[in-house]
Design a protein around this ligand. Structure first.
Ligand SMILES: [Fe+2]
Ligand SMILES: [Fe+2]
Length: 310
């Protein structure tokens, strides 16, 4: 079996895009970011308007929730780079183009809503946040294999679900029902995005099983969250993992494994030799993740016990 070209894949999957786009538009509920922001709690900041500067004491939420909100927001902020990637790869015409623009419009709400909430509630330092945004966006974003259609579809299937879980758990960690409601709403969008991409890649397994398996194996082997370019990302993600907002256990059990199960990767037929090799790599990767997650949980428990005994 010869490998399908990027163009052939786009054409083969176009009817699937059309069907899933219709499905998405029928179930996606309209919502309004402004309704999730407690505007009357806001106060004017210093600067040209002469209000009060942000002070550490303004923020009443846990440190780690603040970190997670910043990471999630900066991740959403890089939308122009993500748009560029998918517009380049999927094109701007036909059903693919309609999806690209619609997805971008939906994602645009996320950053807007979270930033409004953070500004009004003074939950984070707005100057530091703006500087971090400038640094992060100025670097732009590229995911690995960004010129490969199947790799990109595999990546976003996992990434949208990872983002959903991260928003959802951040909402809980903040301890403010208003913020939780907002992030739950955002997480619901991410879930629909995940389903769209997951269905598309599921169809790709039928069209080009070996190529698709290879793409999934490659993507899992070096999966990075889209915010990995954020200043201090490594340190921040450790804090986020320790708080159980997004850790290896969740990555394995709530993101990677369920998506693989939906594709039924271990029962896909018609694989070529490389597809079989890729599937073996996926199985090995799941085992590696299991060991790493268990090790992490042990360390986290030991740390918690140490802190409790102080
Ligand atoms: Fe988003
Ligand atoms: Fe999304």
């Amino acid at each position: 079996m010869t490998a399908l070209s990027q163009t052939a894949l786009l054409l083969e999957l176009a009817p699937v895009v059309e069907k899933n786009l219709d499905r998405h538009l029928a179930i996606a509920k309209e919502w309004f970011p402004h309704e999730y922001v407690p505007w009357s709690e806001g106060r004017t900041f210093d600067g040209p308007l002469g209000g009060e500067a942000w002070a550490e004491s303004d923020s009443t939420i846990p440190d780690v929730a603040r970190t997670a909100l910043i990471v999630n927001l900066l991740t959403e902020d890089n939308l122009p780079s993500y748009h560029h990637q998918i517009a380049t790869l999927f094109g701007r015409d036909g059903a693919w183009g309609t999806w690209v623009h619609r997805w971008t419009a939906e994602e645009g709400r996320h950053g807007t809503a979270i930033r409004d909430y953070l500004s009004v509630t003074r939950a984070v330092d707005p100057v530091a946040l703006e500087r971090a945004r400038m640094t992060h966006m100025s670097a732009g974003y590229r995911n690995a294999h960004d010129e490969e259609m199947l790799h990109s579809l595999a990546y976003v299937s996992f990434q949208e679900l990872a983002t959903r879980i991260s928003h959802r758990n951040t909402g809980r960690a903040v301890g403010d029902p208003v913020c939780e409601a907002l992030l739950t709403r955002v997480a619901a969008d991410e879930n629909l995005h995940m389903i769209f991409y997951r269905n598309l890649l599921g169809a790709a397994f039928e069209v080009a099983p070996g190529q698709t398996m290879r793409a999934v194996a490659d993507v899992l082997a070096n999966f990075q969250m889209p915010g990995n370019g954020i200043d201090g990302f490594a340190r921040k993600s450790v804090a986020i993992a320790l708080a159980g907002i997004y850790d290896l256990r969740q990555h394995r059990d709530e993101v990677v494994a369920p998506v693989l199960r939906q594709w039924d990767v271990f029962n896909v037929t018609g694989l070529d030799a490389d597809g079989e090799a890729a599937r073996d790599q996926i199985a090995a990767h799941l085992d590696d993740l299991e060991r790493a997650a268990a090790r992490f949980e042990e360390k986290r428990d030991a740390r918690a016990a140490r802190l409790a005994s102080r």
